[in-house]
Write a protein that binds this ligand. Structure first.
Ligand code: TYM
Length: 323
């Protein structure tokens, strides 16, 4: 059975392998299985943390090129910019009025982000999840592929859908995350934190082979393989996704019998990742050389998305008594 799938990525910098393994890789698979997919760049969500206008436009193009170079095909998927489909913010306002402050205050991402940006905790950071619920529910999907850090927001989206349906009549499905166990790739420099878009802690999808090796070499491991090490666990988690079964088993065996040389593991992993993204790097460069083409693709995708979004919003407005 074909499913309707929705997901987005913030326009807050180029993508890393956490974004790829946790989200983008699944997007491409779901698209190529023939599902009805809506993928977008969450440029409005990027306004909730400090930003510079020029960087925001450049980041939006970078993320668009990341999507396209990774295999998102605008002929198969509806691919668009959040800010170009006005229904997202309108439905978010309606959801704001149905969501309690308590529910929003409980979101771990809000707590983490407001700790990081103590001077500038804006209202958008708090209402981030209601915009996200609008992003999702406008398209009435069954599945929302996201990494582990976003599952709480998808759960809140399900609650909002349930609340709306109970009060105003069945309108929305209650969408689920796509992987039964969503992924969390950890930072290379501090493997107790999730990999994020800043510093040497993240492997970007377009990093050169030399850059990948340099970053991996710096990643902490353990002096003794028997020692429980989050850094080693993370390297194995990444290895599992890029290596064939034989290579993965061979390193796992060496880890178990304590004969492993982490420098060899890192060299092998660097080569696997660099090879995996060789084509991607080329395509991304070609795409970024033609930003006008990227913009055309996004405008066309926005027109397609708006048709679906408008129909849902009219239904919602009628049901809640807006005339
Ligand atoms: P963003 O840009 O922070 O992350 C994009 C996707 O990448 C996943 N991700 C990870 N997965 C595994 N390990 C990591 N270290 C890692 N870091 C990030 C995220 O879980 C996400 O799936 N709020 C969303 C953007 C959004 C959205 C939506 C998503 C806005 N509206 C509606 C789905 C549906 C976000 O945090 O993006």
């Amino acid at each position: 059975m074909k499913e309707t799938i929705v997901s987005g990525i913030r326009a807050s910098g180029k993508l890393h392998i956490g974004n790829y393994l946790g989200a983008l890789k699944q997007f491409v698979e779901l698209q190529n299985e023939g599902n009805n997919c809506f993928f977008f760049i969450a440029d409005l969500h990027a306004l909730t943390t400090p930003f510079e206008p020029k960087e925001l436009s450049q980041n939006t193009l970078e993320v668009a090129a990341d999507y396209l170079a990774a295999g998102i095909d605008p002929k198969k998927s509806t691919f668009f910019l959040q800010s170009q489909v006005l229904e997202h913010t309108e439905l978010a306002w309606i959801f704001n009025s149905l969501t309690s402050l308590g529910e929003l205050n409980r979101m771990t991402q809000f707590k983490e982000k407001s700790d990081q940006h103590k001077e500038g905790i804006n209202a958008g950071l708090l209402t981030y999840p209601t915009l996200m619920a609008a992003d999702i529910l406008l398209y009435k999907p069954t599945g929302v592929p996201v990494g582990d850090d976003q599952t709480q927001h998808v759960e809140l989206t399900r609650n909002i859908a349930r609340k709306f349906n109970n009060r105003f009549g069945k309108t929305f499905p209650e969408p689920k995350t796509y992987l039964r166990k969503p992924l969390r790739i950890m930072s290379l420099s501090d493997p107790t934190k999730k990999m994020s878009k800043t510093g040497d802690e993240a492997l970007m999808l377009d990093d050169s082979p030399a850059e990948i090796l340099r970053k991996l070499k710096k990643a902490p491991t353990a002096t003794d393989a028997k020692q429980e090490s989050p850094g080693v666990g993370n390297l194995f988690l990444i290895l599992e996704h890029f290596a064939d079964k034989k290579t993965f088993k061979s390193f796992s065996r060496q880890q178990e019998d304590n004969s492993i040389k982490y420098s060899e593991l890192k060299n092998a992993l660097a080569k696997l990742i660099a090879d995996h993204f060789a084509n991607f790097r080329k395509k991304k460069q070609q795409l970024l050389a033609r930003p006008d083409q990227i913009q055309d693709i996004l405008v066309q995708g926005g027109t397609k998305a708006r048709k679906v979004a408008q129909a849902t919003l009219i239904e919602v407005k009628t049901k809640i008594g807006l005339i």
